[in-house]
Design a binder for this molecule. Structure first.
Ligand SMILES: [Zn+2]
Length: 148
């Protein structure tokens, strides 16, 4: 596992959800191999014997969007847990081109991919069309002369 891969997995497992403690243990010993032939960054994960088994849901319930250099969403990152063991880290591209394994900086955690009522953006995500009242409405020019 490369440092980038380890950092990415650490970032995913830095979230709190049922069964994450065991997954963190597994991640210390996990080995990886290419998980897809299409050119995307999907990884297969291999946990050695003797690790604690996790009760985490499959895939883990962490919403992870992947943005490209322009800040456009290009993929969803999914961490699969098979039978209690880390199984694969899948880069599910939204476009035709396969998406490489993202760097941590490319992840967006709170893009409201599935859960309602969560903040729609943080930092420089794509231009949001689904913002609810995040910015005050721009006022017409009556205040441009300063206050008196
Ligand atoms: Zn692929």
């Amino acid at each position: 596992m490369t440092a980038d891969e380890a950092e990415l997995l650490d970032a995913v497992l830095g979230h709190e959800f049922p069964g994450v403690l065991e997954l963190r243990e597994q991640a210390r010993q996990v080995r990886v191999s290419p998980g897809c032939a299409c050119g995307c960054g999907t990884l297969d994960l291999h946990v050695p014997d003797g690790m604690p088994r996790s009760s985490a849901a499959n895939p883990v319930q962490v919403d992870m969007g992947v943005v490209d250099a322009d800040g456009d969403l290009v993929a969803t990152l999914l961490l699969f847990v098979h039978d209690g063991w880390l199984s694969s880290l899948e880069v599910a591209g939204w476009l035709e081109d396969p998406v490489a394994l993202p760097r941590v900086e490319q992840l967006r955690w709170d893009l409201d991919l599935s859960l309602p009522g969560r903040p729609a953006r943080r930092g420089a995500a794509r231009p949001a069309s689904d913002d609810e009242g995040a910015a005050p409405p721009s006022r017409p020019g009556w205040d441009s002369g300063g206050r008196d």
